[in-house]
Design a protein around this ligand. Structure first.
Ligand SMILES: Nc1ncnc2c1ncn2[C@@H]1O[C@H](COP(=O)(O)OP(=O)(O)OP(=O)(O)O)[C@@H](O)[C@H]1O
Length: 334
């Protein structure tokens, strides 16, 4: 049906395209403590980027600077080339959920969103649409104080989406979600990024976001330790093979130009080869294959190695951790 056949229906709302986030030499010190240290990275539209680091690495502090909630000691954080505080229509550009606990406990989930919607001149219909989208419509009239952590996460996500933003910034959004909720979140974020939006998601566990993100930015001790597509973290492809005579198959693979290492009487590991070549070679020498699977490097181990080098160890466990908060949030736009 064409649009002209439905003169009263509103035109379909085009999904907003993403915006680029640029963090340039960003630093934040609290007293003499350097929470974020000369951090630079960029986040691209149409991709989900995991912002990762152990507890106390400086993720939330960086996100708060990006959102204009605290002032950088030096450096800059921009969205589409401008600091958050200079955006003309911030809610349409950036939606964020930094804490899932920041709700008036006596107010219903729906009222919480309606207050925010009114302030941003977003119609109430969008509130109901979003409650449905994030899966808490049935609890819309319950007090937010009675919500589970997972429900508060969903409410926070709905609040972040009120302005239909180009950029979504979520601090540990999987906290408190059950496995079904995590799977739902993964699909939902994938859908939003496929519309061209820019999604930045923080987590202290690489394994938690491993299946969700396209790119990673890993920080430790306030500093960047790795940035790039998550596929590059996996390193070279390896296959594990189980057969009856691993030595003979390893030899046959070597003769066919595919170096393999015997790891047991009946097991071997082949580096960088297409599993089909392994199967073909085994068939050619008449050996059965009982198991053939790709072995991915353990990303959680890699994450630990990257972030636990002596210079990157968690400062909260060391002697130089700060005594306590010394910088009061300044509110948006400061
Ligand atoms: N207002 C503040 N005053 C003093 N120190 C602070 C302040 N805010 C954060 N810090 C310190 O800065 C460091 C980084 O904290 P931040 O919350 O950014 O880390 P994080 O990576 O988000 O950690 P988590 O995964 O535990 O949330 C921590 O050592 C924290 O104690």
């Amino acid at each position: 049906m064409t649009a002209s056949a439905l003169p009263d229906s509103p035109p379909p709302r085009p999904a907003p395209q993403g915006a680029r986030i640029e963090i340039s030499n960003l630093s934040k010190t609290f007293g003499s403590f350097r929470a974020v240290d000369d951090l630079s990275f960029s986040v691209e539209p149409g991709r989900i980027t995991g912002f990762l680091g152990p507890n106390g690495a400086g993720k939330t502090t960086s996100l708060r600077m990006l959102l204009g909630l605290i002032r950088p000691s030096s450096g800059a954080a921009t969205i589409n080339g401008v600091p958050y505080a200079s955006l003309d229509n911030p809610m349409q550009v950036v939606g964020s959920a930094l804490e899932a606990t920041n709700f008036h406990p006596g107010r219903t989930g729906r009222d919480h969103l309606r207050v925010l919607a009114a302030a941003a001149r977003v119609p109430d219909a969008r509130v109901d649409e979003l409650l449905e989208t994030v899966g808490i419509a049935a609890a819309a009239k319950k007090r937010a104080g009675a919500y589970s952590m997972g429900m508060r996460q969903r409410l926070g996500l709905a609040a972040a989406l009120l302005g239909d933003p180009q950029v979504l910034i979520l601090d540990e959004p999987a906290n408190g979600l059950d496995p079904e909720g995590i799977r739902w979140l993964r699909g939902f974020l994938r859908h939003l990024s496929s519309e061209g939006r820019t999604i930045l998601v923080s987590s202290h566990m690489l394994s938690e976001v491993e299946q969700t993100v396209d790119d990673v930015v890993i920080i430790a001790n306030g500093r960047l330790v790795r940035q790039g597509p998550i596929s590059e973290l996996h390193g070279e492809r390896r296959s594990l093979v189980r057969t009856t005579d691993a030595r003979r198959l390893a030899q046959a693979l070597a003769e066919a130009g595919h170096p393999a290492q015997q790891t047991g009487d009946d097991t071997l590991e082949v580096t960088g080869d297409d599993p089909r070549h392994i199967g073909d070679t085994a068939l050619a020498v008449g050996l059965p294959i009982y198991e053939l699977r790709e072995s991915k490097s353990d990303l959680e181990d890699l994450f630990f190695q990257l972030t636990s080098a002596p210079e990157n160890r968690n400062r909260n466990l060391g002697d130089d951790a700060p005594a306590g908060p010394t910088d009061v949030p300044q509110g948006g736009g400061q």
